[in-house]
Design a protein around this ligand. Structure first.
Ligand code: OXT
Ligand code: ADP
Ligand code: MG
Length: 569
């Protein structure tokens, strides 16, 4: 294309594509339609990857988990305007809540019509609606601002505490033109978008002092530490100090679960009895009972906390040793400061070890229990996966549900960092198939998804996406026919109980799209199916029939479930 003076022109589509590429973005997840179809086409024709989903929420979840696994580069989701944007917004809010770097790019309608509310096609003030749900919300109105707008979005998403960023792309932007030469001069890549953030020396000295004087210390590893890719520094800190460690769900594998210092199997005892807890990339939020109450032995512990976000300190409890900085730099300095310090108190380490061994023994007994005539339960089925993951540690494990989530977290050991991808900070259902696509596309490694049957339903249609791209994903549906349990009696109003689901043939759904389906009733059948499915490197779904009576209401977070006492004696 050229203008009347024969000057070669480019347009918004091309400048946006070139800017994203220059910034190292090679993959987008989304759903096409007006006005972004031709952007996605151009992207594909240029040799970049576009994973086209059935619903934007799942494309957004794929982008969010891609951001988590990459750490220094956001995952990118592309949607159409209004409804497509809103579908993607849930995932953007999820990324922000979980501190994952992600961009949501959405086409939008004409500003002058939207602003006067004159009823444009898919009219919505998207930029302002997105703003409370992400770190920043931008609109790019001029082709000349595309490089700077994208640079701002990327830097915001990945620097400091990572999170979601929204970028509004009015349809007209794509058609704007500029001489090629001028456009090329505008293109740039931000320098050092994830700068090291070095903590103050006195903060390190203060924390080191608390750690040296601790009698019963524990380390709590969170998914911020996994995302920070400070694997070597974390290992050195844990092994040099000899302090027992506990991982949050997605931090499992940052230190291998079979490491002798793992206290995961005695979480309750460790938290209640410790005197110092060192939080590394983990917040004292609901998942940690806000650092108070029975879980923490009803007393204020001394907390050392490493976090990049200054106001995370004292969010729930006073922090005695705050270290504000990035985890890699902070731990490098802390490791130096603790060189030569005595190892953690042997009596405390021994007490935890004893509890760990006892609890592991108890769990092993439950896992070895014979299968009842009514079907497998969570313990005797998931032992198969435990063995499989030990032998295949480079498989990604996606996990959601209630009992399906809690039991998998408890039973299945992880040996590598950033392999366990779960419901996260919101305890959300629906991340399943999006995470499978995101993890498979970023890592190139196989994915196993352990899904409650309810959880699977939130994103189940995306098995078509998984089959279309022929991804190495094996889904295990833990089919107990319900939310938590599948045996609740009907309420007597002519309808089925609100917790019940059809204990259906999910395996046949997979077959409908050309994948392989398995129906299994015993651990032996599960083992055979799992081995064949993952080895095939093709889309597979194992419908694991679980006793409808297995599981407990709300899983491990029963205490959060409000129960009416009215009318009860
Ligand atoms: O020390 P103690 O004695 O306490 O024991 C602990 C460990 O020491 C021990 N342990 C071990 N023992 C032996 N050996 C080993 N190796 C070992 N490892 C550990 O085991 C226990 C437990 O360990 P853990 O997990 O470390 O400790 P604990 O105390 O559980 O930790 C606390 C938490 C809070 C950190 C942890 O429990 C946690 O991470 N929980 C996450 C909970 C969560 O997020 N749940 C999901 C949400 S539930 C609900 O909201 C659901 N909904 C509603 C809904 C949602 N969520 N989203 C949307 C969009 N719409 C609606 C729905 C619809 S769940 C749900 C569907 C459910 O039905 P499904 O069919 O999908 O699933 P099923 O239940 O399977 O039917
Ligand atoms: P979990 O759910 O595993 O407990 P959270 O999501 O609650 O983890 O906490 C993660 C924390 O990690 C957040 O407070 C976030 O600010 C912090 N964080 C993320 N990346 C880094 C980093 N590179 N350095 C320091 N802190 C980080
Ligand atoms: Mg269920």
């Amino acid at each position: 294309m050229s203008n009347d003076d024969n000057v070669e022109l480019t347009d918004g589509f091309h400048v946006l594509k070139d800017t994203l590429k220059l910034n190292g973005i090679d993959t987008m997840y989304g759903v096409v339609g007006i006005p972004i179809t031709n952007l996605a086409r151009l992207w594909e024709q240029d040799g970049q990857k576009f994973y086209s989903f059935r619903h934007e929420q799942h494309a957004g979840y794929a982008a969010s988990i891609a951001g988590y696994i990459q750490g220094d580069k956001p995952g990118v989701c592309l949607t159409v305007s209004a409804p497509g944007f809103l579908n993607g917004l849930t995932a953007l809010a999820h990324a922000t809540t979980n501190c994952f770097p992600m961009l949501l790019l959405s086409g939008s309608s004409e500003r002058e019509i939207v602003d006067l509310m004159q009823g444009d096609y898919e009219e919505m003030d998207q930029m302002n609606i997105a703003r409370p749900h992400c770190k920043a919300s931008f609109r790019i109105n001029s082709i000349k601002d595309i490089p700077i707008g994208i640079a701002r979005a990327i830097r915001t998403a990945v620097s400091g505490r990572p999170g979601g960023v929204y970028v509004d792309l009015p349809a007209r932007l794509f058609g704007q033109t500029l001489p090629v030469e001028e456009a090329q001069k505008l293109l740039f890549k931000p320098i050092d978008p994830v700068p090291a953030q070095i903590p103050a020396a006195d903060a390190i000295a203060r924390a080191a002092d608390i750690i040296k004087n601790a009698k019963r210390p524990v380390v709590m590893l969170g998914k911020g530490a996994s995302m920070a890719k400070a694997d070597a520094e974390v290992k050195q800190f844990v092994e040099q100090t000899g302090i027992p460690f506990l991982p949050m769900g997605m931090a499992k594998g940052l230190m291998p679960d079979n490491h002798p210092q793992s206290a995961a199997a005695t979480r309750a005892f460790a938290l209640a009895q410790c005197d110092v807890c060192i939080l590394i990339g983990a917040r004292l939020n609901w998942l940690m009972q806000h650092g108070k109450g029975k879980t923490w032995g009803n007393e204020l512990k001394k907390f050392v906390q490493i976090d990049i976000q200054a106001n995370e300190m004292d969010s729930n409890q006073p922090i005695a040793g705050p270290i504000v900085g990035d985890i890699k730099s902070s731990l490098a300095l802390l490791n130096e400061a603790l060189k030569g310090a005595p190892k953690a108190n042997a009596e405390w380490v021994g007490a935890l070890k004893e509890k760990v061994d006892t609890n592991k023994g108890k769990l092993a007994t439950k896992m070895a229990a014979p299968v009842a005539p009514t079907g497998m339960n969570y313990s005797n089925s998931l032992g198969v996966l435990k063995e499989f993951m030990l032998a295949n540690p480079s498989v990604n494990l996606v996990n959601e549900g209630a009992n399906a989530l809690d039991n998998t977290r408890m039973i299945v050991d992880m040996l590598e960092p950033r392999r366990r991808l779960d419901s996260g900070t919101w305890g959300v259902m629906g991340i399943g198939m999006g995470y499978c696509v995101g993890a498979a596309s970023v890592t190139g490694d196989p994915v196993i998804a352990v899904e409650g049957d309810s959880a699977f339903g939130f994103s189940g249609m995306e098995i078509e996406t998984i089959c279309r791209y022929n991804l190495p994903v094996t889904i295990i549906v833990m089919n107990n026919g319900g939310i938590y349990k599948g045996n609740e009696e009907d309420p007597g109003n002519g309808l089925v109980s609100c917790t019940r689901l059809i204990r259906g043939r999910y395996d046949q759904m997979m077959e409908a799209f050309g994948g392989k389906g398995y129906l299994v009733n015993t651990p032996e059948e599960l083992k055979a199916a799992l081995e064949e499915a993952v080895a095939s490197k093709k889309p597979c779904l194992i419908n694991a029939m679980i006793d409808p009576d297995a599981g407990v209401e709300s899983g491990r977070i029963k205490s959060l479930n409000i129960v009416s006492k009215v009318g009860k004696k």
